[in-house]
Design a protein around this ligand. Sequence first.
Ligand code: SF4
Length: 705
Amino acid sequence: MQETKSTCPYCGVGCGVVIEHDGAQITGVRGDPDHPANFGRLCTKGTNLHLTATPVVLQHQRLREPAKRAARGATPEVIGWDQANREIAERLLAIRAQHGPEAIGVYISGQLLTEDYHAFNKLARAVIGTPHIDSNSRLCMSSAVVGYKQSLGADAPPCSYEDIELADCVLVSGANPAWAHPILFRRLEAARGGKPAHKLIVIDPRRTETAELADLHLQLRPGTDVALSHALLHAVIARGWVDEAFIAASTTGFDALQALVADWPPARAAEVCGVAEADIWRAAEWFATSPASLSLYCQGLNQSSAGTAKNTALINLHLATGQIGRAGAGPFSLTGQPNAMGGRESGGMATLLPGHRDPGNAADWAEIEALWGVQGLPGRRGHTAVEMFEAAARGEIRALWIACTNPAQSMPDQATVRAALERCELVILQEAFAHTATARYADYLLPAATWGEKEGTVTNSERRISRVRAAVPAAGAARPDWRIARDIAALIDAGLGRAPRIDADTAEDLWLEHRAATRGRDLDITGLSWALLDATGPQQWPFVTGGTPRLYTDGRFATPDGRARFIARSFAATAEATSPQRPFALTTGRLRDQWHGMSRSGSVPRLFAHEGRPLVRIHPGDAARRQLTAGELVRVRSERGEVVLPLALDGNIASSGADIAMHWGDEFIGAQLGINAVTQGAFCPDSKQPELKFSAVAIEPAELP
Ligand code: SF4
């Protein structure tokens, strides 16, 4: 028996795991007692990780050999790596020559490692020359990125997990950590156990398992978060709970915000949000007057056409009350994916450049050209996720290279996404698992190594960089993602008569390039090395001479003048509204024991014990009014599409609300487009994050043939 320390590949908590194996096969997994995210604990998904690497899974569910389709709809035929790489390079070069580099898009994933991100970033921007690279992290945290940048000057979550234990008041907004970040929830539960005066406030349209634990649950109407935050600030100001010294010394813009929130007395917000006025006053008091208040937030704020405004409105509360830069205090966004943070740091997204640089800034592009030793990088931001598929549906993007993600299930407005995949003349899919919805559209399928088989690093929600390690050989002929990108990039470079622009023999070579891009930046990790990570364990950035658990402790922020900014944004309605024709506000979200499109977690039968099939949940009162009964099949219909599902009655859903788990695709729901047939591509104008948390739908009895 051998043991290899690594990191869980599921959520952004980033728990350390110990992989048990015999050098050929993974036989078990347990929590790493030395990892500061989880101290040995694992949730149900993590505990069962080894079951995603059984011989049956490796043989039948993994993509093991490169394959090619002679035509769309044909059965893929196995080919060798040399042929796959050569043909893909030739076809990309031909499209590039005929239509320009911008006819090629690269769509990657927050589950890739930082080293993979770096390789893909160079592949897109330096080798192909396209600005169009984005990640599925666009769907989960881009509003948090822009919120931090607008308010605090940098995309840097200021807190640590230990602040969960140190806080006296925790405000959970638009998040259900009991299911989506279970180990953090356990830390929260334990912290409350030792503090009789501890306050937990939950803001969520659903009465979730997290809300069950709360002292106060504000069950607001979906999409009204900004109004509620403004009312909380109104109450704070009205009662004199602001931290005037902090506002004067460390912020700008308070007067404009004060004028804005003057129009949001709690009585008005109570009506708009559908919560009790007294609860708004109580929440404001607890948040402002507790010695240390922490907020934890996630997709309920981010996946919105007002995602950035929701983020900045919450950060406003922290700034006005001085609840930031101290132990147990601060705004703390939780990342959904295991390495969404690494993607942000390495700049593998349309709106980011390496080292938190900005693609809208010519000087930042010049610095990257100098670091990478290339000239003529695209010099502008490219299409974000929704924009990229819309451009492909219009025929402007002709080739899509997709890695480690399943847009034919996970993207909103599936009709547009599938039309885009159909229209592209070349779809390359790099994947570990064989049976995703996107695989059906791929002209080339490239087998990727996955958890337990590859080396690299990830960064979790608290800026902590952990090593990911290989314990066993990759399944079949699978290769690390960075290597697949590098090898095809070398052939493209050769075709263009130049030296390879991704010059790396190992994942660590790529990490060293990434590290160099952080020098002098807010996320500087130039004091860190893989050897140091191996010797001392995971570390938090910035790391020049040591790690940094908490940011802004001196009251200085990452803005040019060192002052945090109050952002005064008016409350705006959701992109679409409910109506008599579509009276339900639909949200989609995670279950406790499943992950994304279930390509990994779906291979473990015991993970279906918590919930075994897709359901649409509505309030029993809504069902009674429509004479709908539990278990009957109903049609959930939006302006864009429909799905047919069994109905579940759930008193935890607010009246006129509906909820569907995000995990099931069309393979579970018949010949349709999966749950995202009904969701919308409308996005936040600042972050470009789509509004997955609100779709206006009708729910009717399904008339089956
Ligand atoms: Fe993995 Fe997240 Fe569970 Fe930790 S909390 S074991 S990172 S899924």
